[in-house]
Design a protein. Structure first.
Length: 341
């Protein structure tokens, strides 16, 4: 019987094996019952971006990603990009579709499906029995720490001292490693259902013409007026999910080819991420539908555009507190890539 591990701990099984153990220490300080704040009531419907650090005995793995959860609908999606000194960069996606009795693990484009039974486990279910471990300061934030110890290790969540229903940090502990997840964004909006579509690499049915041949890309249409906005606003982390998939698949740079109707170049990637008209927004159209912002206003889904160099990239997030390093997704001569600059 396959053992299911909820949430980010699935990711860790792809990176460093966990040992069966009992953890005896955790971040925080002791607190009396009188000092205890209200127990967190963390939602099961949310979208969250994150920075991840896994510290092992002889290496440190850094990464970023996001979680999109709709537990009442039995659906959850996670995507992570991991990097370390000893391993090549690894892309990991985890899709739970308990409504279909399926789950999928996609590592560097290779999909492994699993059969599932019952309801999707709660992401924060363990918090209902967690122990209050006190208040501590993490990266300048005052957080209340709640911990849970089990046979596979320990879990802890750090919630805002001013809003106990707002998770800021998430920790996993084991003898061989400690993992810190810092949430960089948090939304309680119901996720767009497109997040939970079965990835093409997990669907082995190939579409072809009636004569058995595979269809060729449609010819590129002539330039047209600025495209109309989509019928709904594409949420920012859907933009990240859509663009990150191109990076995982390493869609090549080929302005004469289409991938799912979008041109395989820098502007095609942006059009695909924003879910604008196919095959691609043009530079003139991009200037029409965007407004300039400052560097410090950049957030996931925005673009950095150099019209004179005909270069445009999708901004993901800052990786340094002084905002000198950041993650972006782009389609370049190397193909579709997700990089730190």
């Amino acid at each position: 019987m396959k053992r299911r591990v909820v949430g980010i701990s699935v990711l860790l099984l792809c990176v460093v094996p966990l040992l069966l153990c009992v953890v005896v220490g955790v971040v925080g300080v002791d607190a009396t019952e009188q000092d205890m704040p209200r127990r967190p009531m963390l939602p099961e419907v949310f979208s969250a971006g994150s920075l991840i650090t896994v510290t092992g005995r002889d290496e440190t793995i850094n990464g970023n990603g996001f979680i999109v959860s709709d537990t009442p609908s039995n659906r959850r999606y996670e995507m992570y990009s991991l990097d370390s000194d000893k391993h090549h960069k690894k892309g990991v996606s985890l899709l739970d579709r308990y409504d279909l009795h399926k789950s999928y693990e996609i590592v560097n484009g290779k999909c492994t499906p699993h059969e599932e039974k019952g309801q999707l486990p709660l992401f924060w279910g363990w918090v209902s029995n967690a122990i209050y471990n006190g208040t501590t300061s993490v990266n300048g934030y005052q957080v209340d720490v709640w911990t849970s110890i089990g046979k596979l290790g320990g879990l802890a969540v750090g919630v805002s001292s001013s809003d106990t229903n707002m998770p800021l940090f998430y920790w996993l502990f084991a003898p061989t490693q400690n993992t810190t997840v810092a949430f960089t964004s948090w939304s309680l909006n119901t996720p767009n259902k497109q997040f939970f579509d079965i990835p093409k690499e997990c669907d082995h049915r190939l579409e072809h013409d009636e004569d058995g041949s595979f269809p060729l890309p449609a010819p590129l249409p002539a330039p047209s007026a600025p495209p109309s906005p989509p019928p709904f606003c594409t949420v920012r982390y859907e933009m990240l999910a859509r663009s990150s998939l191109w990076a995982e698949l390493n869609i090549p740079f080929n302005q004469s080819a289409l991938h799912n109707g979008w041109r395989e170049d820098a502007y095609g990637l942006i059009s695909m991420a924003w879910n604008f008209g196919k095959p691609s927004v043009t530079p003139a159209e991009l200037a029409y539908i965007t407004i300039p912002i400052t560097k410090h206003q950049l957030t996931v889904g925005d673009i950095m555009w150099c019209p004179t160099d005909n270069l445009v990239v999708l901004f993901v997030e800052w990786t340094s507190f002084d905002r000198t390093e950041y993650v972006y997704v782009a389609n370049t001569l190397e193909g579709s890539v997700k990089k730190v600059s």
